[in-house]
Design a protein around this ligand. Sequence first.
Ligand SMILES: *[C@@H]1O[C@H](CO)[C@@H](O)[C@H](O)[C@H]1NC(C)=O
Ligand SMILES: *[C@@H]1O[C@H](CO)[C@@H](O)[C@H](O)[C@H]1NC(C)=O
Length: 192
Amino acid sequence: MLFKVLLFVFFLIFCSLNAQDVVRDVRLDNKEIKCLVCDASIKELTDLVTNTDKSQTVKIGGHRLDPQGNYDSPKSVSVVKSEIFLSELMEAVCNKMDDYVRGLWKSNKTLTILKMITSDGQMNPHMSEVEFIQDDDLNKSLKYYCEIIVEEFEENIIKYYQNEEKDIETKFCIEESHICPPKSQTLPKIEL
Ligand SMILES: *[C@@H]1O[C@H](CO)[C@@H](O)[C@H](O)[C@H]1NC(C)=O
Ligand SMILES: *[C@@H]1O[C@H](CO)[C@@H](O)[C@H](O)[C@H]1NC(C)=O
């Protein structure tokens, strides 16, 4: 009898834990926000890469054996092509998502994320065009979206920068990862 009661209690605990997870996931799994964060993060990353002094170099390789059993010789590459450097920049970009807020454009009620203070230290001039959405967990969750994107796609993102590609937000967010819908497809409007 006692065993049955315990089993039932465990079952209840198990159910309530699962229910919490579902609620949490529904709130965080917002495709539109993920797309906006993808676009903003890649633009921020491109900005950081563009503003890095490319004459700085790092040595890579020198620890891999070739088929003849010799170590490959280490090469000097520009720091902006280093995996470690790019990975650190991505971390910095996700931290920057704390400076963004969620809102709706007043003109057409589409969802947006807006950086309150622009990179030159000015108040964002579009602030008055946006109706901000109140959410206690707001800033954290934008960073969260950035982190889950980086976690899943870090190596893919690094390749674009190593190959010096242009318009990476389109190539990565839309074409490769499908985090964002194709450009022709308009996002649904949000009615408040
Ligand atoms: C979110 O970020 C804005 C601007 O950085 C800040 O004013 C606000 O207090 C933050 N909100 C939370 C809940 O951290
Ligand atoms: C909504 O309006 C903003 C500016 O007011 C504009 O940048 C954005 O592209 C518009 N979005 C759509 C889907 O029309």
